[in-house]
Write a protein that binds this ligand. Sequence first.
Ligand SMILES: NC(=O)c1ccc[n+]([C@@H]2O[C@H](COP(=O)([O-])OP(=O)(O)OC[C@H]3O[C@@H](n4cnc5c(N)ncnc54)[C@H](OP(=O)(O)O)[C@@H]3O)[C@@H](O)[C@H]2O)c1
Length: 279
Amino acid sequence: MRIMVTGATGMLGRDVLRVLQEQGHLCRGVSSADFDVCDVSAVLAAVAAFQPEAIVHCAAWTAVDAAEADPAGCCAVNGMGTLNIARAARTTGAKLVYISTDYVFDGSGDAPHEVNAPAGPLNIYGLSKWQGEKAVTALTSRHFVLRVSWLFGHGGGNFVETIRRLGREKDRITVVDDQIGSPTYTLDAARLIAQMVLTSRYGIYHVTNEGFCSFAEFARVILRADGSRCQVVPISSDEYRSTARRPLNSRLSKRALDENGFPRLPIWEDALRRYLLGE
Ligand SMILES: NC(=O)c1ccc[n+]([C@@H]2O[C@H](COP(=O)([O-])OP(=O)(O)OC[C@H]3O[C@@H](n4cnc5c(N)ncnc54)[C@H](OP(=O)(O)O)[C@@H]3O)[C@@H](O)[C@H]2O)c1
């Protein structure tokens, strides 16, 4: 299959590109060095030139706190940029895989969100990704909208590496204990994306590693696996002052995967173990 991967220099895009190439697909990985997704002419020209049968759109503004100071910039990349990609997919007849986020939800309740649960983003980044979802579902029926959460992968600045570094530098660290969700290994998500894109089982899916935890629990498991004696002191989101508000309940239901015959990803502790072993 001819597949274009946007955001191919990013944490997830890099693994998606690698897995697809290993499976023998003819891929073109692109980043902002190739074109700005906000530039509609450049997007249409690049996609027309490659004539992909599928586009996996991983490119995004991912700086959640910085987005609060530049809503227009964030929404241009994640909203309009995604609209441009969706337009190009429709023009060329390519399937479109759009990577979205648990941050489209407001995080109320404590049950896992179903794929069709109402959105209610608490921050600009979540709003911009929701705009991207709307653009994708409006412009092409041949879409997969995949909501992922708490990504960690090789080559990116991520929570796991931050905690490992702090574990070497400090005796105790404070970590938020009231945001509950699922860590997700980019390699596991990439393998499922590679499987999905071959099918026509279009729709909205939640793609995270199995199991739920808080960030504090996640940090404790990382430190233990790393042999660190650093202590985790749990704090609430109110005590941890961040620019952007974040949902407390980021649990995502995998019912759509089950109903459409796709496998769930391994449990997050197993994913973390493999990541730390360098898989
Ligand atoms: N990280 C998380 O925890 C998380 C959680 C939920 C959902 N997601 C979603 O998962 C996807 C992948 O996230 P990630 O953390 O792997 O991303 P990342 O490491 O931050 O990489 C972002 C990628 O997007 C590209 N990009 C940014 N702005 C662009 C623009 N204007 N035009 C073209 N390319 C642009 C970057 O290219 P350059 O390298 O050239 O700048 C880079 O390749 C995103 O859709 C994100 O919203 C992430």
